[in-house]
Design a protein around this ligand. Structure first.
Ligand code: ZN
Length: 110
């Protein structure tokens, strides 16, 4: 079973994938097997950068911010992190395995 590491696939031409330890853009934990890409600035606003993010973080981001909020905040990740629900999510997810994924992450169980 081939273990696909998405950071080996870069569409920046000529760039070699010598960056195995890029942490998640949102939670700063190491990335796991599954990597999703988030556009901090929507493509519709001319954003071209994309960042690595855990699927669960991606989900949390889009669950707590609308696309227009995300577009307004852009790549100011500190602002995104300091949103109340996201801050809660981050402290909750902090000790989890990088590949941990809960489809319904909204239960108040501790
Ligand atoms: Zn993350």
């Amino acid at each position: 079973m081939a273990r696909r590491r998405d950071w080996e696939y870069t569409d920046d031409e000529g760039e070699t994938p010598a960056k195995p330890a890029v942490p998640c853009w949102l939670c700063a934990r190491p990335m796991g097997e599954k990597v999703e890409w988030h556009h901090p600035i929507p493509k519709s606003r001319g954003g071209r950068d994309k960042v690595q993010i855990h699927p669960i973080c991606h989900q949390a981001l889009h669950a707590n911010y609308t696309n227009s909020e995300l577009g307004r905040i852009g790549d100011d990740v500190e602002t995104l992190r300091s949103g109340e629900a996201v801050a809660k999510f981050l402290s909750w997810v902090e000790g989890k395995d990088p590949d941990f994924h809960a489809p319904t992450a909204k239960k108040g169980k501790r």
